[in-house]
Design a protein around this ligand. Structure first.
Ligand code: PAF
Length: 277
C-alpha cells in the first residue's frame, strides 16, 4: 500500500483512480472505530483513500498537541489488510505553509457544546476538512457519530460550500463494556478505565428515562448529571439534550434528539452520545 505526502504526489495518485472514491479522514492512532469507517467506505466505493494528519489548528493552546498519540507504522499495518488504495500523510508545513491565511468557519452550529468548551476547534476542523476534500476530491467522505457535533458541522459546511460529495456518518463503535472507542482511551488505566464507563451509564440511564415516557429534557439532563457526579474520578464538563440537527437545547424531547456529554476522567477528556427518536 502506498503512502503519499506532498500535494503533487497526492494529485498523481488520485487522478490515477477511476470510479468512485471514498475518503476517510483521520488523525491516526487508529482503533476499531476508524477501521469500521474504512470498511464501510470499501463496501460503498470503488476506491478508498485514508488521510492521517494530526491537524495542529484544531488544538487549543491548553490542549497538548505534542502529546496526541501517534504511531504511523502501526496505523499502516492496521490499514494494509483492508485494501485501501493509498494513505495521504500530509505534513503541517505542507498544509499550512508560511503565510497561510485562509480559514473556513461554520457559525451557529459551532457555538454550543464542544465549540463552547474548545474555542477555535471547529474552525481548525472545517478548514482542514475542506483542504482534505479539495485535495482528494472524494465522492463520499466518512466520519464517526462519536464526534456528533463535528459530523453536523461538516455536513453543514459541505452543503454551504457546495462540495460535490456525500458526508456519511457511521455508528459509534464501543468496547464490550460500552466505552466508546477513542484514541484518548490509551490514557485510561486501572481505576480510570473503570470510571470511564460512567459516560455510557449516564447515557443509558437517560435513555431508560426516555423509553419509560420521560420527555422533560431538564429531567433527562439532571439524570445524566446525577450519574456522572456519583463517580469520584469523573469531572463533568457538560451534558446536553438537544435537537439533533440544530443542537439547540430542548425543553421537551421531540423528534430526533442528541444526548451528549464531555467528562474529564482524571486528565483525560472523553465525549460520548446517544441519539433518541
Ligand atoms: O475526527 C477527526 O479525527 C478529526 O477531527 C478530522 C475530521 C480528521 C479532522 O482533523
Amino acid at each position: 500500500m502506498r503512502t503519499v505526502t506532498t500535494l503533487d504526489e497526492l494529485r498523481t495518485a488520485r487522478f490515477a483512480l477511476k470510479g468512485t472514491v471514498g475518503l476517510v479522514p483521520t488523525m491516526g492512532f487508529l482503533h476499531e472505530g476508524h477501521l469500521s469507517l474504512i470498511r464501510q467506505a470499501k463496501a460503498e466505493c470503488e476506491h478508498v483513500v485514508v488521510s492521517i494528519f494530526v491537524n495542529p489548528t484544531q488544538f487549543g493552546p491548553s490542549e497538548d498537541l505534542s502529546k496526541y498519540p501517534r504511531d504511523l507504522e502501526r496505523d499502516l499495518s492496521l490499514i494494509e489488510p483492508l485494501g485501501v488504495d493509498f494513505v495521504w500523510t500530509p505534513t503541517a508545513e505542507g498544509m499550512y505553509p508560511t503565510g497561510y491565511q485562509t480559514w473556513v468557519e461554520v457559525e451557529a452550529l459551532t457555538h454550543p457544546l464542544e465549540g463552547a468548551k474548545r474555542p477555535g476547534h471547529f474552525k481548525g476542523v472545517t478548514t482542514v476538512v475542506a483542504k482534505l476534500f479539495n485535495g482528494v476530491q472524494p465522492h463520499k467522505a466518512y466520519f464517526g457519530q462519536k464526534d456528533a457535533q463535528q459530523a453536523a458541522v461538516i455536513r453543514q459546511m459541505t452543503r454551504d460550500l457546495n462540495f460535490p460529495l456525500e458526508v456519511v456518518v457511521c455508528p459509534i463503535v464501543r468496547e464490550a463494556d460500552g466505552l466508546a472507542m477513542s484514541s484518548r482511551n490509551k490514557y485510561l488505566e486501572g481505576a480510570h478505565r473503570q470510571a470511564a464507563l460512567v459516560l455510557f451509564r449516564a447515557l443509558s440511564a437517560a435513555k431508560d428515562l426516555y423509553e419509560t415516557g420521560g420527555r422533560d429534557a431538564e429531567k433527562i439532563r439532571a439524570k445524566m448529571r446525577e450519574v456522572i457526579e456519583a463517580e469520584p474520578l469523573a469531572q463533568l464538563q457538560y451534558v446536553s439534550c438537544a435537537n439533533y440537527d440544530t443542537l439547540d437545547e430542548l425543553d421537551v424531547v421531540q423528534g430526533k434528539t442528541l444526548l451528549s456529554m464531555a467528562v474529564f476522567i482524571g486528565k483525560t477528556r472523553l465525549i460520548d452520545n446517544f441519539v433518541l427518536g
